[in-house]
Design a protein around this ligand. Sequence first.
Ligand code: SF4
Length: 884
Amino acid sequence: MRIKTIQTTCPYCGVGCGISAKVDDANRHIKINGDSSHPANFGRLCSKGSELGETIELKGRLLEPKIYGRETSWTEALDLVADSLKSVIAKHGVNAVAFYGSGQLLTEDYYVANKLMKGFIGSGNMDTNSRLCMSSSVAGHKRAFGGDVVPNCYEDFEHADLILLIGSNAAWCHPVSFQRIRAAKEANPNLKVVVIDPRKTASCDIADLHLPLASGADAILFNGLFQFLHAHNKLDLNFIENHTEGFEAVLDGLKLENYSIENIANRCNLESEDVQQFFNWFAQNEKTLSLYSQGINQSTSGTDKVNAILNCHLATARIGKIGCGVFSLTGQPNAMGGREVGGLAHQFAAHTDFSNPDEIDLVSRFWNAPNIAQKGGFPAIELFDAIHDGKVKAVWIMGTNPVVSLPNADKVKEALKRCEFVVVSDCIAQTDTTALAHVLLPAQGWSEKDGTVTNSERCISRQRALLPAAGSAKPDWWILTQVARRLGFGQAFHYQSPVEIFREHAALSGFENKGKRAFNISALAEISAKDYDNFQPTQWGITKDSPNGTARFFADGKFFTKSGKAQLIPITPRLPVNLPDENYPLILNTGRIRDQWHTMTRTAIAAKLNQHKPEPFVEIHSEDAKRFELETNQLAKIESRWGLMLARVQITNAQTPGNIFVPMHWTAQQSSAGRMGALVNPVFDPISKQPESKHTPVKISPFKTAWQGFVLSRRELVISEPEYWVKNKGEYFYRYELAGNQSPENLADWARQMLCANECIAPQWQEYSDVAQGNYRAARFADGRLESVLFMTTTGELPSRNWLMSLFTQTEITKTEQLALLTGELSKGVEDVGTIVCACFNVGEKTIQQAIEKHSLKTHQEVGQCLKAGTNCGSCVPEIKALL
Ligand code: SF4
């Protein structure tokens, strides 16, 4: 057996951690370690990255091309895709076709997709799911800097004296960066952290101050900060004079509203003392780093919020210097790479865009593409509206799941059902989106792909193939190239390997650039195949003058605007478009959870990652729970004007009254009604076109059912669908949570049908029924081993799943355990560990609580010494601290 060590990059969040993988390709096995030499993580990984080795199984993979569900050859599938695109274009014009890409694509894939659609098909209709996470940042950067540049680097965490986390639960969404900030704070007790977020999230664990501001009020707070800094002579008038424009206009705008501390506090629903404290700290600390994420971007005024923050940094000259600046944390592993190549419909390529005819001409000449698109295409929401309305008749979706993730997701589903021709290229066979495809094209998965990605700090890293491609899966760039050749564009799509694409991308970035465009990696335009293979993580720009990369931009006060000066933008704060009313009285907030990624197509394969939050849930403040008659662990129905969702109630005063939170991950593959996208308001920012995913008016009510139950089974089952079901994979079993409006007529038949297709025989089958108490239980054994178990009740009391789950690790179940199993009582001496908190070491909530009490533990480090919990990736430390 030959084990190779290969360095690659994590495919989940924008931190972009380096991975050192020990690969046994003969057995298709990978052992994952953090890459200690990678500047994004220096060896650390979070729970998701650590489990990557568990996600590479072939089960569930799309292995062969399919046409209308029939397996076929690549030749037939590619011919059909090309012929169908040609036919739609011939009948309806180039704008009747569209591509919808993803931050999961590698830069080389993205480049080819963008070049094909915008350069050669000649339509602007190439957009990407990065529209949902980063486009407000892009727009804000372009307005202020003249280019889409994140000015800083991760190293600034260690140099800052004040770090703001604005609309960012980095503890769960960018865990390795969060741990780095925690370590910086431990090393520098003077470093203060302020969390600005309506929710009290796990990130507040290291906060010196939490500002739970009213949803959508960020621009009021930062306008107020600007006013405060001006009133207290804390602005850098010299920098403003020499390096910015628009200062007077900002001041004039601020005069139109009352920005006294009291008024700001009142409008933001904050305490005046807290606002004062925040402003004082900002004024006092030159080295201020503002990190922000989707809480800022996903808003109908997202671009304005970005610029309100940038204004404060520009006017204090705190930009791109060591320890200070504004840092947008990108959501996806290659959201930044997509921005480089022009993956958004209003962009072109290499930081050019459609608003500048000279740039269209420049790209046209570079690509030798006379039919190049002359205007931008449909951004995501409008694209799926156009598909729904029949304006776009053929769409190719690459590596993303819009039927789950887009706002008003039921309409997106309907749009794809109506669409004449839907192509989906993906590595997963069954998703809510692949279910609607006419043609399915098997793309390589993370462990098979070869190319580059760019993380939040502009660092380009290699993603390297660890394993041979599964089945007939191909790289996305190859699939696109084959279609391009069939469309007659062979000369421009001659690529045989990713390095050829990368060279062209690098050459375009430098083409007639002369310092006009921020993205410039022209020093790599002639990179050899060997150097590309060995390429080490480097931050762009990478030019002849800075061949080793650029850690920070703008410290010299030079920007990419026409005048070379940064633009201060007057901001008039706007409320979200749809406000709560008597019919929809609550504000719905959505976001990620610690151990899942996007639509769970990969993370749900890793059993450990399903333990932390096994069901879709809704977090609600105790006052609201009382008002809407909801109890902990009850099922709730959440409804908006656009759709509905079912979720388990979690009452927590981490929520602000009037606000609820649901996770973004569950799909129709794992739940009957757990898709949050069905609820979300499809309005968007007029500039960035980014949707308002953090603010949808909703109502909530108890979802009362006649019965509730659960099943644990070694085999995956076909559940005769009750109104509520959630499927979840464990290490040795599948778990199904169930609830229905009508009790099955014959419980025994129902249970036998579900658990063993009516083939259950004594003594392998046991059941217990207590009609008076409304309880029914059944279990199936094989050779003394537990095969499956079902619990069902009409009174609502169900036993702990944890002990029952632990029985699946045993090769034999004792008589006592069999008895205990059906009575639902724990065997004597058996411990219920509670919900798993530490996924790395499988440590449950109850175990931690008991250890804290028994050993009088005071710190998370002491808990770590006692139980190991929290000592690996550290993602669960905030929860351990909450238990302490
Ligand atoms: Fe992957 Fe976690 Fe690193 Fe994000 S923080 S890149 S999910 S290991």
